[in-house]
Each structure stands twice: as structure tokens, then as C-alpha cells.
Design a protein around this ligand. Structure first.
Ligand SMILES: [Zn+2]
Length: 447
């Protein structure tokens, strides 16, 4: 770390851990050196952002990059360009849908190999806990993954099988022993199997095939296993607000559980999904307007540690937009570049402050993953920052996004809030210049 100031970012609206205030943010090399009184900094070039909000770079702990193996769906270069354009300066890559899946140290190395030198933002990796790889968890954790994802229901890809109740118990027992964070896709397969399966263009039929009960039953099983094993668990992409009372009760019971939800669950509603528009298909599904309101009640109550994208794109043909059949289409929503404006648009309309969004999309996910130098504008942290215009209005043009495939349910939507500049490690990100992102390792970034 260099100590001489290299750049000063001046704004009337700097979002610090103590609140929003006018300030000078003094950068020294790749770190934040100091946050000082507005207009006081000297000795380095000053970039005056005026009324633009200066936020800590967003941390998106739920991104499916899909490379190597399914690079046609997305890839490190395209994903990290989209991230930077969306104000995301750190992303954690999910252990699937790449081939290989990140379930051994060798597979982790293969991913790091293709990512190295090609990422525009900082990238870390989750591992996977699947049937039969319990002996790989400790070496993977030592190799720097941030924790382990497991599915309680089929994942959608053959190389990442889901765990049975007994296998979940085994995986959580081992993760409790090594001190790892277990992150779980919680839908119960027997509930899904018993639900009506009707193909076609009607979203209501798809929704009926993934009922709320699939989530509540799976979360119940997870919490019971967490309690028995002592593992620290995180519920991924909560869609059903019916899950919230279970989480509250578990916390009251002393179980170490956190949860996240995603921009699409907070902004889109089943009643608004156009017939046959499979860009809206994801699992668990987008639910009713009433459910969305109750998720926001959960946000207000502090039930969620993070709001993260679950960016999970595929090629346009796998979305089967021609047929518009929800049963045939790949389930996954592409939104990496749009997380902040989508959530801010809805949050503001509901009376939330921008600081609330920063807490959920930057500080919260950094804390969740143990990224000690991310998620706050404070001395010693990485100089990852975003200049954001909270009042700018724009219409989403899917073809203008950096995502590899121009398929997103937000196409044509009017959103409020525009990212003006993203700084990574003290310098602006140029998505057409050379990539400067670093590969993160839990053993180096943890406190
Ligand atoms: Zn996911």
C-alpha cells in the first residue's frame, strides 16, 4: 500500500458507515487512505463529483459466470464488464454452471486459470458441496473458496447433483468442523414432484409447479440440520415471503442463519409476466404482488443480509423465446448490470433511502462472505467506488448491455438511477481497456 495521496474524489453525498455527508475521499494507490472534510484535501488531483452520490462498490455474491464449459451463456470478460457498468466491483462466482463445476481444488484452479488477466472487477469463487465430495471441502476451503453451495432439489445441470437429507447432514457436519459458510438453494424436491406440472405459455402454470411450500419445507429441513450440526448457513434467493417467519424463529433459537433475496423478487410480479415471456423464468419463481410486498416488509425488518443478482444467463435459444414454453425454457434471470437501478427504483418508491440500498447491495454481501476490505468507504478499504446519479431516468435496451446474451426481463423498462463511473483499486474501470480485476482468495481477504 502506498501512502501518498493519488486521487481525491469529492462529493456532496458520500456514503460512509456513519451516514451520508459531503466529504473528500482520499485514495492512495489501491486503497482508501482517508475520508476528510469536504473541500479540505490537497496534494493530489481532485475529481469533483458535485451532487453525484459516491457509494462503495457493490458486492454481488451470487453470479453464475459459466466459464469454462458454458462460455456461450456468459464468461469472465463479458460478466465483469457488465458488473463494472452496473457499479459492481466485486463478484463471487457460483460453482455451477461452468464445466467443471467447482467441486475440487483442481476445478477451482481450472476456473482461476481462465479468469486470470481477463476480469474487469475483483472475482472470488464459491465451492460446491455435492454427493461424494465431502473430502474435497477442506482442501477447497484452504485453497480460498468463500464457502460451499448445495442444492436440495435438482440444479438443472447433471454435473452438479443435489444432496439428500443424509448428504446435507454430512456436508454441514464437515462445514461446521472447518468453519465454512454453507449457502443453500432451498426447494424441496418431493414438494416439487407433487406439484402440478403443466407445460405452456401461461406463467400461472409454471408458478403452480414451484409452490411456496417447496421453499418453506426445504428451509425447515435446512434449519433443523443447521441446528443439529452447528453449521453456519445462508439461504440463497428467498422468493417466498413465507420463509421469513421461519428465519426469524431460527435466529431467536440461536441458529446461525442469514438470507438473501434478489432484484427480480423485489421488483417483478407474477401478475405482470407477459404470456410466453420466458426471460422471466427462474427458480424459485417470481411470485405474486402480495408476496413482493411482504418481501419488502422483510427488508424493512432487517431479515435479509443481502440483495444480490443471481445473474444466471443462458443463450437465447435455451430460453425458448420462440415457443414461449415456461416448462422447456432454462430457468435463470440475467440482471448483473441492472441490479442497482432496479432495486433503487423500487426502494425509492417505497420510501427507502439510498443508504438502505447500499447496506443491502454492498456492505451486507461483503460482510456475509467475509470480504473484510470491501463494502464500505472507510480508511484501509480497497478503493472500489461508484459515482451514482440517483435521479437519472433511462429505458433498458437489452442489446446495449454487456451481458453476452441480450435476454433480460427488464428490457424496455424505465428505471431510475444511473452509474456514472466505477473505480476499481483506485482507478476508473475502462471496460474497453485492459482488465485490472484481481482474483480473490478467502484466506487473504479475511480478517
Ligand atoms: Zn444462482
Amino acid at each position: 500500500m502506498t501512502h501518498a495521496p493519488t486521487l481525491v474524489l469529492r462529493s456532496r453525498r458520500v456514503f460512509t458507515p456513519d451516514g451520508e455527508r459531503p466529504a473528500d475521499v482520499i485514495l492512495a494507490g489501491d486503497r482508501i487512505a482517508a475520508v476528510s472534510a469536504y473541500g479540505s484535501a490537497a496534494g493530489a488531483p481532485v475529481e469533483d463529483l458535485g451532487e453525484l452520490a459516491l457509494l462503495p462498490g457493490l458486492v454481488d455474491t451470487h453470479v453464475h459466470v459459466n466459464e469454462p464449459g458454458r462460455t456461450a451463456w456468459e464468461g469472465f470478460t463479458s460478466a465483469t464488464r457488465a458488473a463494472a457498468a452496473g457499479g459492481v466491483t466485486t463478484l463471487l462466482d457460483m460453482p455451477l454452471n461452468s464445466i467443471p463445476a467447482t467441486v475440487t481444488v483442481e476445478a477451482l484452479r481450472a476456473k482461476q486459470e481462465v479468469a486470470r488477466g481477463r476480469v474487469y472487477v475483483d472475482v472470488g469463487f464459491w465451492g460446491g458441496a455435492i454427493p461424494g465430495n465431502t473430502a474435497d471441502l477442506e482442501p477447497l476451503h484452504r485453497a480460498g473458496v468463500y464457502g460451499f453451495k448445495s442444492f436440495l432439489a435438482p440444479s438443472g445441470v447433471d454435473e452438479f447433483p443435489h444432496v439428500s437429507a443424509a448428504e446435507l447432514d454430512e456436508a454441514l457436519t464437515e462445514q461446521a468442523r472447518i468453519g465454512a459458510l454453507a449457502i443453500i438453494h432451498a426447494e424441496a424436491p418431493h414438494v416439487l414432484d407433487a406439484a402440478p406440472q403443466r407445460a405452456g405459455r401461461a406463467y400461472a402454470d409454471f408458478l403452480a409447479s414451484r409452490p411456496d411450500e417447496a421453499e418453506t419445507v426445504a428451509v425447515g429441513q435446512l434449519l433443523e440440520t443447521a441446528k443439529r450440526t452447528g453449521a453456519r448457513v445462508h439461504v440463497l434467493h428467498v422468493s417466498s415471503a413465507d420463509v421469513l417467519p421461519l428465519l426469524d424463529a431460527a435466529r431467536a433459537d440461536g441458529i446461525a442463519v442469514t438470507a438473501e433475496t434478489c432484484p427480480h423478487y423485489l421488483t417483478l410480479i407474477a401478475e405482470g409476466v407477459p404470456e410466453g415471456n420466458t426471460a422471466f423464468k427462474c427458480c424459485p419463481p417470481i411470485r405474486s404482488k402480495d408476496n413482493r410486498d411482504r418481501l419488502w416488509d422483510g427488508i424493512r425488518a432487517g431479515s435479509f443480509a443481502a440483495v444480490v443478482s443471481d445473474h444466471s444467463p443462458c443463450t437465447a435459444d435455451l430460453k425458448r423465446l420462440d415457443a414461449g414454453d415456461f416448462a422447456l425454457a432454462w430457468g435463470g434471470i440475467a440482471s448483473l448490470q441492472l441490479g442497482l437501478p432496479t432495486v433503487w427504483t423500487e426502494a425509492r418508491a417505497r420510501g427507502f433511502a439510498l443508504a438502505d440500498v447500499v447496506a443491502l447491495m454492498s456492505t451486507g454481501p461483503a460482510r456475509l462472505a467475509g470480504l473484510a476490505r470491501k463494502g464500505a468507504i472507510t480508511p484501509g478499504h480497497d478503493a472500489d467506488l461508484v459515482a451514482f446519479d440517483p435521479d437519472a431516468v433511462f429505458t433498458v435496451d437489452a442489446t446495449a448491455l454487456h451481458h453476452r446474451n441480450p435476454v433480460t426481463p427488464y428490457a424496455g423498462r424505465e428505471l431510475t438511477g444511473a452509474i456514472r463511473t466505477t473505480w476499481l483499486a483506485g482507478a476508473p474501470v475502462d471496460v474497453h481497456g485492459s482488465p485490472r480485476g484481481r482474483l480473490l482468495d478467502r484466506t487473504e481477504t479475511a480478517t
